[in-house]
Design a binder for this molecule. Sequence first.
Ligand code: ZN
Ligand code: ZN
Length: 482
Amino acid sequence: MKLKVILLLLLFFKLSLAQNVIIIVVDGARYSETFGAGSTYIPHMNNDMKPFGVVYTNFRIAHEGITSTNPGHSSILTGTWQLIANDGTQRPTKPTVFEYFRKELGSSVTQNYVVTGKEKLDVISYSSDPNYGILYQASENCFDITDGDVYSNLISIMDTYHPRLIIVNLPDTDRRAHANDWDGYLSAITNADNIVYQLWQKIQTDPFYQNNTTLFVTNDHGRHTTDYRNHGDDCDGCEHIMLLAIGRNVSQGIVNSDLHYQIDLGPTIGDLLGFDTPQAIGISLFQGSNPLPVEISFFTATVLENEVKLNWRTQTEISNYGFEIERLQKFHIEKLQEWEDIGFVQGYGNSNSPKYYSFVDENVSSGKYSYRLKQIDTDGKFEYSKVVEVNLNSTEKFELSQNYPNPFNPVTMIKYHVLEISFVTLKIYDVLGKAVETLVSSEKAAGDYQSIWNAESVPSGVYFYTLQAGSFTETKKMVVMK
Ligand SMILES: [Zn+2]
Ligand SMILES: [Zn+2]
């Protein structure tokens, strides 16, 4: 058994994940007129894009009878089934990916965008969840306009603000179908196919988005199997929708026929951008078509006064007996290190939905501790999780100070403290997480150090500097102002 652990605590790690996600929703196209008909109505997606991405042929809504626009978009963004009103009077009830992205990773309001051709979709820019909401909202550009106008709004927003997470709604397909215009319905699908292809070409040539962006093309809902004019229930035509994934982190030329759901997109976006989606019930598409028997998706250690609290979550479980908690106290002589059992937490057993666990270690004093989980199956097989570390009540520690002066032009000083002999790196990153310069990369004895950075050769803007020494990592922000 293999465990996959994603640690989201280190800013350094987040920076290295920096990328963009764009979701295009072709409103109310039935699968039978998209990938279900091959290249007939979507020649670009089927012939020019499919070989470079993944097409999911069994992508579905399981919505208990609600397959319409606002519930569909909200389910995509929250990773939960959203049985909300379809007239724009109700917001999603669970946090959207915009809210997670802003609250967990500090992304800005203009880095998150809702661009739609239906005004009533302005409600999807934030949820009614009391712990998230308007403070973490996305920017919105929502008008009752045509697909072509949505596309030009999208391009000018991309050029002006460089959003990193965008959802786009193309409304014409649904409108033509409700108007009982079959030819108009089909040509709206083909027009959407054109727009998607133009956008894909822009992504590949725009320096901000190229090689750094994942594009999803999907639907909010389909249409009745027996009558294309309407939709809204749980018939196959209403529930079977398309999904094309293409770009960064996506395999090429794969047709995936496993059953996946609309709510899987929220957690997938979280994986791509490096944030957790704790309230989502969907399963990330990156967790594989053959799910691992017990998959830990989150494991953290937090210091609370004189205790250490461990939190973890499993995405799926098969025959999970439980978790033995193991701890290691760091001594100065490495050879004396030994893991000790400090407790056991019973597993849920079998589950297809996320399960949350925690454990509090009260028996700690000053010092450095490492923790790991030994996940044990009912048949006795076991596997270890990744290791997380904490430093408790220690007065002396590794330290990275704020640079001085800041903002600066072009020279600044960065001071840091090394606690024990370690291999130390000090690197500068731009806002995209690209390494700009390495100031230090060598072994250092304990002590105080300072480094000078000359920003002569880079443009004005926000930069990050990250100190790594042994298992210690810290990142701080600075501003070059010319
Ligand atoms: Zn409709
Ligand atoms: Zn139906």
